[in-house]
Design a protein around this ligand. Structure first.
Ligand SMILES: CC(C)(COP(=O)(O)OP(=O)(O)OC[C@H]1O[C@@H](n2cnc3c(N)ncnc32)[C@H](O)[C@@H]1OP(=O)(O)O)[C@@H](O)C(=O)NCCC(=O)NCCS
Length: 182
């Protein structure tokens, strides 16, 4: 349990209950909850292959709970470039609107960052964000992601269709340095 204690003007202590936050695995038994959550949180819909792949990625996909209720989810995959760089792509990371600004997404992103640190071979983390999604841009900038590119007409069925690519560099890829210098 997590508490914040505030001293009021009258000298009375108020104890605010902030709730318990946890992460849990995504399995065939709860994947419908992920589908429902994503349909509410994101303006684009994800196909069956997305959900099939999510069941295979282990720690790279998690549900977030607030007092045992599913309120958020993160789904990632690992990409490898032709230059040999390993990149973690955040496909979706979102939280239900009533539960925002409670640190739920921070918990999910920290899990992803911990995963990368333990792996030790991931060069950067990246994702796409609709250009008008200020809250997501602010959220990722807090964790030192930078806008590295803006792709026009990235989205097919939503407006605005343009997307920023946000990236956080974790390490300089040795394979691409060797390739570039040879
Ligand atoms: C962006 C989003 C993931 C943030 O989730 P959240 O659970 O509210 O984030 P947190 O509570 O962990 O916020 C951490 C920090 O991010 C920043 N932040 C988050 N939302 C913000 C907002 N609306 N405006 C400004 N800063 C914001 C703040 O610095 C915040 O810290 P603070 O609350 O102490 O000021 C959430 O708004 C969301 O689910 N949006 C829809 C899905 C989406 O766009 N996902 C991103 C693309 S994958």
């Amino acid at each position: 349990m997590d508490h914040t204690t505030i001293l009021t003007h009258g000298g009375v202590f108020i104890c605010l209950y902030r709730g318990r936050k946890d992460l849990g695995d995504i399995t065939s038994h709860n994947i419908k909850q992920l589908k429902k959550l994503n349909s509410v949180v994101f303006p684009v819909s994800y196909n069956d292959k997305f959900y099939k792949d999510v069941l295979e990625v282990g720690e790279l996909a998690k549900l977030a709970y607030y007092n045992d209720i599913v309120v958020g989810a993160v789904c990632c995959r690992i990409d490898t470039t032709d230059q040999g760089a390993r990149r973690l792509y955040i496909m979706t990371l979102g939280c239900l609107a009533p539960y925002r600004r409670l640190g739920i997404s921070t918990m999910m992103l920290k899990h992803v960052l911990d995963f990368c640190e333990k792996d030790g071979r991931i060069d950067n983390i990246y994702l796409h964000v609709q250009i008008n999604n200020d809250s997501a841009i602010d959220f990722y900038k807090k964790f030192e992601f930078e806008i590295i590119e803006t792709k026009e007409h990235y989205y097919k069925r939503i407006e605005p269709a343009d997307a920023h690519v946000l990236q956080k560099t974790l390490r300089t890829n040795q394979a691409s340095i060797v390739q570039a210098s040879s």
